[in-house]
Design a protein around this ligand. Structure first.
Ligand SMILES: [Zn+2]
Length: 360
């Protein structure tokens, strides 16, 4: 795989504001996939896992199944044998230095050939163009690498604290999922996060708040998957089929999220401020389904039996109800059964053949 091409030793492989090649890759990894540096949703396990850096590859692998993520994939750096640090240094030059830098000067600065500098410059000009898929990534690089308010360590204080929070939220999610929220103590979360209990108390007033934060973390990951799904397909049937897969706790997967949901709901009565947060997360699902129904109807593929907003509420309510039963282990509520019931209901509501939504 060309992602693994060893970069030539002549290339300057340090981008000072972020660090050496490995630090630059890590920045990309945390920016695009794992805000806490270790946790992201594994596309094979379909649940949040810990990942580790794969040595001598530009990749991180799932601790559980070994599935790898290449952070440069899908970016302007994909398929390039040049180091991430070299790309960052070049991008910095175009963003913060001279946008019209001559290829010869760029070649000297990066210690690459004239031809390579020309190619880098052309590629970056595309990536920096308004509306390009990479524009946001490069803007984050610009922000993280410099600008006012950068602390001595090279990371703005605000970002440091948000990273600490990300780390705690991800660790809490893993700890709650492993032991169940009732049996999980703040000390357990602190150990999982590699920080002291005092740090957890500094960010969160109570275990309930940590629980909510963990649930939000899990929910944000699901939202991200829904967003990616939309980028991958615009076929309403395909989108619906795959959204159903994300909505139910398939093969124990996403079960943790449902268990966190149940625990959080149980606490709403005693802590009313949790209610708004829970409602907002449910609303995210309703909005997504509603949009899906509207788009499918506009395309003439769906023939909804009621207004889209109402169908979306029904779908989420049924999906929640069946999934909760499945997650806590009702007999006869295996994931397969939940899926069948949901599919036949959704098919009926939208006037599509159930076979079209069958699992593949
Ligand atoms: Zn995995």
């Amino acid at each position: 795989m060309d992602e693994d091409v060893q970069q030539t030793t002549t290339v300057a492989n340090v981008f000072a504001p972020i660090g050496d090649e490995s630090a630059c890759l890590h920045w990309l990894w945390t920016t695009l996939y794992a805000p806490d540096g270790v946790s992201t949703v594994c596309r094979h396990c379909r649940v949040m896992r810990r990942f580790h850096r794969v040595s001598r590859r530009r990749a991180y692998a799932c601790d559980h199944c070994g599935t790898q993520v290449y952070p440069t994939a899908g970016t302007f750096m994909q398929g390039s044998g040049l180091g991430v640090a070299t790309w960052f240094a070049a991008a910095w030059q175009l963003m913060e230095g001279d946008a019209n830098v001559a290829p010869r000067a760029l070649a000297d600065e990066l210690s690459v050939s004239y031809k390579t500098a020309l190619r880098i410059k052309r590629k970056l000009e595309e990536a920096l163009a308004p509306g390009s898929a990479d524009a946001e990534l490069l803007e984050r690089l610009r922000r993280d690498a410099g600008g006012p308010g950068v602390a001595a360590a090279g990371v703005p204080a605000r970002d440091r604290s948000s990273r600490a929070r990300e780390n705690i939220r991800a660790a809490a999610c893993r700890a709650f999922a492993a032991r169940g929220p009732s049996a999980t103590r703040i000390a357990d979360i602190a150990r999982e996060a590699g920080v002291s209990s005092a740090i957890i108390h500094y960010y969160y007033k109570s275990k309930d708040e940590v629980l909510l934060a963990a649930l939000q973390w899990a929910n944000e990951h699901t939202s991200r998957q829904l967003h990616e799904l939309r980028q991958e397909t615009s076929d309403p049937i395909e989108l619906l089929r795959r959204t159903i897969d994300l909505a139910i706790p398939s093969e124990g997967v996403l079960r943790e999220e449902y268990v966190l949901w149940i625990e959080t709901w149980a606490r709403v009565r005693l802590h009313p401020h949790l209610l708004a947060e829970c409602a907002a997360m449910s609303e995210g699902w309703v909005t997504f389904f509603q949009q899906l129904v509207e788009d499918g109807a506009a395309a003439g593929v769906f023939h909804p039996v009621a207004p889209a907003a109402e169908i979306a509420q029904r779908m989420v309510a049924l999906s929640d109800g069946l999934s909760f039963r499945s997650a806590i282990g009702y007999t006869g509520m295996q994931v397969q059964r939940v899926r069948e019931l949901l599919v036949s209901f959704v098919a009926q509501q939208l006037g599509v053949p159930p076979g079209a939504l069958a699992e593949r």
